[in-house]
Every structure is written in structure tokens, then in C-alpha cells.
Ligand binder design. Structure first.
Ligand SMILES: [Zn+2]
Ligand SMILES: [Zn+2]
Length: 377
């Protein structure tokens, strides 16, 4: 069981407000409806359930007991039950609004009257070099924003929406349907207010009473260093505007890191191959290696370097999100065996082989050994 505070990226003295904010952020990141991982979502939700409850949190702080069976105490002292997540829908509702995840028209009761605007996802491509430095980006975003003419109210006179007369503000209308089993009353979203429960009597002509208009705008986003492919940065309140003054959704910047022509990412390290002639591998020397910082660094090549050896340049890898030590650049050595020898070269190599007693003899079993790590790279 990972530390509950770690799951939410929190310090142990985090305030209730910080716990809430951290969970909100994590839950959106991992929410299965947003393509997140369900197990991760359950884990952060569990962490939130413990850390947001003063009693459970105090107990966890003192005894490390997080309420899951098998943790200290053993027998579910907090009543989460075996499945542990009976209350998960309540938690989701609290943060995403009732009906989140139920799909369009999904039937979980009447829609909230102040239904916020939708969240928006924008993908940003980064190079590995930009992952090192972080980068500012101007994003062109096409999304409805509040109408300037009516100040977002949707009403020409700025009076704001009033209760829908068709449905009396309920957002839905009862319909009686005759069936073979008798009359059935069903609820359907109100057509006059689209389920919001409110209308404007004198609609703004620029937004036709919606209080929002399709807008293309440029948003400047600062992307921190150390992000990974698939990371999301929330930008609060920059999603779709809500209808008739309802709160806006959030905008999420999803990071996509492009493949680099030389470097492959391995956690915070980056790995590249370097091919050296067999003579230099034997004699040793110095290499000039490119780095993600755009500089060349001198890397010593020890005499007797073998194929598969790794030369390490400390701190020339990637930074970690939120700071910390940079990773390393690792150069995986390949050794090139010369081909197309001319007569003089062939003679020199033959002489070297003789000096070292390296002629091949057909009956030399010492040449062979059990396979060892040949498939590792
Ligand atoms: Zn308007
Ligand atoms: Zn209505």
C-alpha cells in the first residue's frame, strides 16, 4: 500500500483544503471516463476518503491504518466494506456534478440548474529538449466563451435568466404515456430550457440567449520541465463557458512527447547508442557526445571498453516534475569490427593476432561458454 499522502502528492501537514484540491486534480487525471486508469482512480479516491475525514486521518497518522483489510487493525475499522468503494459515486458526484459519466441524457435525476461548461482537452507536442527546459506555448483554442454583449447572462437587458415557465424550473416535464399496462408517467427534459430550468424573456441577439458564443482565442500556457507523455496540466476556468452565466469548465493540456532522433527516455535517464571502432575501444580515448542541452560534452572512453558497456554522463538526463536531481545520459557502446581490409591492414591485424596468440584453432573448446545476457539489449 503506497503512502496515502504520496498518492495525492501531499505533505503530511496538508490542510483540508489542500487535500480536497489535490484529490480533485488527481481524480480528474485518473477518472475512467476521461480515459484514466480505474485502479489508480480507486486508489486516490481511497486516499481522499481517509485524509478528508479528521478521525480517519488522525488514526492513519498515528497507526498507519488506512482502513483496508490487511492493514494494521485488520478488520475494517472504518466500515469501508470489502469492496471499499461503495461511496465512490457520491464522491464523483461531489466533484463532477451529478450525472457525470452517465453519458448524454444519462438518467440520474434532473440536471443541475447551474450546469457548468464542459472541460476541454488540448494536446501539445513537446520535444525532449523542451521537456528539459519547460516551455511557454500559445494555444489556439476554439471553445464557447461568455458573450460580451450580455455579460454572459443571455438576456438583452442584462437581467439574467428567470425561471422557465414551461417546466416551472424543474428542467423536466412529465409526460403521460399510454401502454398496454396502463398509463405511465415519464419525465423528459424540458424543450424550452433544454433542461436547465431557466430561460431569458428578452434573449441577447448576439448569443441567442445562450450567454456564450463560439470563440477562437489564444491562450498562453506555461509548461513546466520534466513532464511525461500523457501528463495533463489543468488550466482552471478556461474550458467551455457555462450556459447563461453558469461556471465555465476547465481546460486540460495533454502532453505528447515526440520521439527523439538520438535519445530514448528511460525514466529520468536518456539512453543513446554510440558506435566506436574496435581499435579505439581497445586503446581508449575521448568521445564528443551530443546532449539535450544542445552542447557537446567530452566523455572518456576507457581502454578496453567492451560492447554493451555503458558510459554515463551525470546530470545530462531529464529533470523531474517539480524539481529534484536531473537524470543521467547513458551511452550504450557498440563496437564496430573493421571490414574491407586492405593488404597492409590485414597484415597488421594478423601480426597482432599472432602477438596475442589469438589464432583460431578448430578444436579450442575454450572459445565457447554458456549464453549470457546476449538478448538483454
Ligand atoms: Zn449575449
Ligand atoms: Zn423548462
Amino acid at each position: 500500500m503506497p503512502e496515502l499522502y504520496d498518492l495525492l502528492d501531499l505533505a503530511e501537514d496538508a490542510s483540508p483544503d489542500e487535500v480536497k484540491r489535490a484529490y480533485r486534480r488527481k481524480a480528474r487525471e485518473h477518472h475512467p471516463d476521461a480515459g484514466g486508469d480505474e485502479e489508480a482512480f480507486k486508489a486516490v479516491t481511497h486516499a481522499y476518503q481517509v485524509l478528508s475525514d479528521p478521525e480517519k486521518r488522525a488514526r492513519y497518522d498515528r497507526f498507519g491504518d488506512d482502513g483496508t483489510p490487511g492493514s494494521r487493525g485488520g478488520q475494517d475499522p472504518f466500515g469501508f466494506g470489502g469492496a471499499g468503494f461503495g461511496g465512490i459515486n457520491d464522491v464523483i458526484d461531489a466533484f463532477f456534478g451529478a450525472g457525470a459519466g452517465a453519458g448524454p441524457g444519462g438518467g440520474r435525476g434532473p440536471r443541475q440548474r447551474t450546469q457548468p461548461g464542459r472541460d476541454v482537452l488540448v494536446v501539445v507536442d513537446l520535444t525532449l529538449e523542451e521537456v528539459v527546459t519547460g516551455v511557454g506555448r500559445d494555444l489556439e483554442v476554439d471553445v464557447a466563451r461568455g458573450c460580451d454583449t450580455c455579460g454572459g447572462s443571455g438576456a438583452a437587458d442584462g437581467a439574467g435568466p428567470s425561471r422557465c415557465r414551461t417546466c416551472g424550473g424543474a428542467g423536466q416535464v412529465q409526460r403521460v404515456v399510454r401502454t398496454a399496462f396502463g398509463q405511465l408517467a415519464t419525465a423528459a427534459p424540458c424543450g424550452d430550457c433544454q433542461g436547465a430550468g431557466t430561460t431569458v424573456t428578452d434573449p441577447c441577439t448576439d448569443c441567442r440567449g445562450e450567454g456564450r458564443r463560439a470563440t477562437t482565442r489564444t491562450l498562453e500556457v506555461q509548461i513546466p520541465a520534466g513532464l511525461e507523455d500523457g501528463d495533463r496540466i489543468p488550466v482552471r476556468g478556461e474550458g467551455e463557458a457555462g450556459r447563461q452565466g453558469a461556471p465555465p469548465g476547465d481546460l486540460y493540456v495533454q502532453i505528447r512527447v515526440a520521439e527523439h532522433e538520438l535519445f530514448v527516455r528511460d525514466g529520468r535517464n536518456v539512453v543513446a547508442e554510440v558506435t566506436v571502432p574496435v581499435t579505439q575501444a581497445a586503446l581508449g580515448g575521448t568521445l564528443q557526445a551530443p546532449t539535450l542541452d544542445g552542447e557537446q560534452v567530452e566523455v572518456p572512453l576507457p581502454a578496453g571498453t567492451q560492447p554493451g558497456d555503458v558510459l554515463t554522463v551525470r546530470r545530462a538526463g531529464l529533470p523531474v516534475r517539480g524539481g529534484g536531481r536531473r537524470g543521467d545520459l547513458q551511452l550504450l557502446v557498440r563496437v564496430a569490427v573493421p571490414t574491407g581490409l586492405d593488404e597492409a591492414q590485414r597484415r597488421l591485424l594478423a601480426e597482432l593476432a599472432e602477438l596475442r596468440g589469438e589464432e583460431l584453432r578448430p578444436d579450442d573448446r575454450g572459445l565457447f561458454s554458456r549464453l549470457r545476457g546476449a538478448f538483454q539489449r
